[in-house]
Every structure is written in C-alpha cells, then in structure tokens.
Design a protein around this ligand. Structure first.
Ligand SMILES: [Zn+2]
Length: 193
C-alpha cells in the first residue's frame, strides 16, 4: 500500500477543482463537456423522460453521464453551485465509468437505465471512487447506506441497493483503516503536488 498523501483541504477553489478535473479526464482519456447544451444528453434526457425513468429537467441539471469517452457534467467547470470537492468527486465517479468502457451507443444507456441490476454493478464501483475522493479531500465519509440509497433515484430496487450498501460499507471500513480503493486518488494527488 502506498503512503497516503494528506489531501484534506487541498481543493478549496474552483480553479483548483478545474485543474484536478481536467487532469483526471486527461489521465483516463476522456473529455469534459457541459451536458445541458449537448445534443446527445438532450436526446437521452428526452428518452428517459418518455419512458418514465427520470424527469428531463432534473436529469439535465443534476446528473452527470459518461457516453464513450465523453463526460457530460450538469455544471460548467469553474465557479458553480457545486463545491470544488463535489466537482472533483463527480468527475472521479465518471472517470470510473470511462474505465468501465462506457459504450458510445445510446441504446447501451437505455439498457443501462432499464436493467437495474446491471446499473447497480456499474454504479457501486463509481460510488466507491466517489466516496474515497470525498473522504480524502474533505475528511468526511459518506454513509454507505445513504450513498447506496441514491441509486433509488434511478429506480434500482431494494435488494440491489442492499447489496450495494454492503459493498460500500466494506469500502468505508477500508478507507477508515487507511486503505485505498481507487486509482483516481493518485491522479488527484499528482495534480495537486
Ligand atoms: Zn455513475
């Protein structure tokens, strides 16, 4: 296990967050775009609204999504309602999806949103990364149960959420014992060095 670098409080400004987010995107071979004005995201938002998964506006302005190697954010990098640490967490989460080999085909995403067990498997890895990054940047540990419950936003059922909560509880324990669970943190530490 590598020695942990203390990163708490190191991402305080939106400029720092932007630098780290761009470093993450570069490391994983992704580009970052603003979602609400993207034709791809607007099409997906309309489709999800039509099949009753998610309200169009809520999706556009609250959800990040990765299609292929493009990360679409619901905010513009820089000053925003999202705190600098939140911005980095979201990008770290989406970089996990880039690593998972996000399919560029919109049909993939429709399947993703309509097969809840499938979605849960993908999301638990991304939520683990999000949990670690927020912990390392702020010293605050998300509650595993609450984090897993966020999947209900996408209609994931109680059984799958319970499995995810167990996984995230293990991650929580690992982090508290000084362990590392994702490699995004190394990229972040390097960008802040
Ligand atoms: Zn995700």
């Amino acid at each position: 296990m590598s020695k942990l670098v203390d990163l708490v409080g190191k991402v305080k400004t939106s400029a720092q967050a932007k630098r780290v987010c761009l470093a993450l995107a570069k490391h994983y071979g992704a580009t970052i775009q603003y979602g609400p004005t993207s034709a791809t995201v607007k099409t997906l938002a309309a489709a999800l609204d039509a099949i009753g998964v998610k309200d169009r506006e809520t999706f556009l302005y609250n959800c990040a999504i990765t299609v292929g190697d493009v990360i679409y954010l619901p905010f513009k990098l820089g000053p925003s309602a999202w705190t600098p640490a939140q911005q980095v967490c979201i990008v770290a989460h989406e970089c996990q999806h880039v690593k998972q080999g996000g399919d560029a085909h919109l049909l993939f995403w429709l399947r993703y949103f309509t097969s809840k067990a499938h979605m849960a498997v993908f999301e638990v890895a991304a939520l683990s990364a999000e949990m670690e990054v927020y912990w390392r940047l702020t010293g605050y540990l998300f509650d595993a149960k609450n984090l897993a419950a966020s999947l209900s936003w996408y209609g994931v059922g109680k059984k799958d959420i319970a499995v995810c909560a167990k996984h995230l509880a293990i991650v929580e324990n690992t982090l508290q014992r000084g362990g590392e669970v994702c490699d995004q943190i190394k990229v972040i530490a390097k960008a802040l060095a």
